[in-house]
Design a protein around this ligand. Structure first.
Ligand code: NAP
Length: 316
């Protein structure tokens, strides 16, 4: 048993290291692709409006492209863009032979209907895995582009030798981008899966049965000791900003000082959906926030983009 467990603390799963390894593998395979095809895989990122968080996400994705040798294009459109104009851009990107992946940063502003825009993307270029064709294939257990966050969680579990087959897994949250595809991926790997949501009765009684608990609800520190089976693996997908000292003290216990410093410097600190101080008392392993699932998401987007290039240009 390692030091963390002996001292009564959950072992931290290192998303940063796993994400770094995935990006190294992608960089190696991109270099090989360039030699074989005399062309570079290309991701087109589309950002509509001026939401600062969305701009940061797109910037991080473009930076990751640079790291692994994928070419990227940043299409920044004004907030006043209408659905027809955006759909026109998507169709032109669909038609271009040199573009392998199309990413439309969500949420979209104004009156634009997200589902219509997602459906306008050619499923061969759907590197986010949000198109109904990709979702349908995933639910049938067929190969497809898998949404990046749940795909990254599976990589983290497998590369950390955490068993999935036959385990009781519980996913809290049923979004299209995390909860639902997570359920499919766990099911494909023979876990016994329960899915919970805001209408679940006695949530803690259900989550306490889980050997593997994945939480994606967008509620800072909501999952506490009463929700966690002793020794369970807890994957915290949540990314929430907190700004007040009292909440930071409640959630980070003995480690609150560093977080308070971050709040005074930046105005906020990031916290997941799991109360880290309480999870440390009960869980066997958990992902930290930041440094857990978030970094894996971008790494998997790189892998999906390479895969799109390989499938479109005939390496596979
Ligand atoms: P979402 O669309 O915000 O939906 C939240 C889900 O949680 C819904 O299914 C909702 O149930 C459920 N829920 C809300 N309150 C609940 C409660 N008290 N008990 C049980 N279930 C509850 O979800 P999301 O987009 O997956 O985002 C979830 C969190 O993950 C957010 O903090 C987001 O920022 C983060 N996230 C992180 C990454 C990453 O890369 N790290 C990626 C995506 C999302 P109903 O369906 O009944 O409303």
């Amino acid at each position: 048993m390692n030091e963390a467990k002996r001292s009564g603390r959950a072992e931290l799963l290192d998303g940063a290291t796993v994400a770094g390894r995935i990006k190294q593998e992608v960089a190696r395979d991109v270099a090989q692709f360039v030699i074989e095809h005399e062309a570079t895989p290309c991701l087109a990122a589309v950002l509509v409006g001026d939401d600062p968080a969305s701009a940061v996400y797109v910037r991080n994705k473009i930076r990751a492209c640079e790291e692994v040798g994928i070419r990227s294009e940043h299409h920044a459109l004004p907030a006043a863009t209408n659905e027809i104009e955006l759909a026109d851009l998507i169709s032109s990107l669909n038609r271009r032979g040199d573009v392998d992946g199309i990413l439309v940063q969500l949420p979209l502003p104004g009156e634009i209907e997200e589902s219509r825009i997602i459906e306008a993307i050619d499923p061969e270029k759907d590197v986010d895995g949000f198109h109904p064709v990709s979702i349908g294939r995933l639910s049938m257990g067929r190969p497809t582009f898998v949404p990046c966050t749940p795909a990254g969680i599976i990589e983290l579990l497998e590369r950390s030798d955490i068993p999935i087959r036959g385990e009781n897994a519980c996913v809290v949250g049923r979004s299209q981008i995390v909860g639902r595809p997570m359920v499919q991926l766990l099911l494909q790997r023979d876990a016994t899966v329960t899915i919970c949501h805001s209408r679940t009765r006695d949530l803690a009684a259900v989550t306490r049965q889980a050997d593997l608990l994945v939480v994606a609800i967008g509620r800072p520190g909501f999952i506490g000791r009463e929700h966690i089976k002793p020794g369970a693996t807890v994957i915290d997908v949540g990314m929430n900003k907190i700004t007040d000292e009292a909440t930071a003290r409640r959630l980070f216990g003995a480690e609150a000082e560093g977080r308070l410093e971050t709040i005074s410097k930046r105005g906020y600190t990031l916290v997941g959906d799991v109360n880290p101080a309480e999870a440390d008392e009960v869980a066997g392993r958990r992902t930290p926030v930041p440094g857990g699932v978030g970094l894996l998401t971008v790494a998997m987007l790189m892998r999906n983009t390479l895969r799109a290039a390989q499938l479109r240009r005939g390496t596979d």
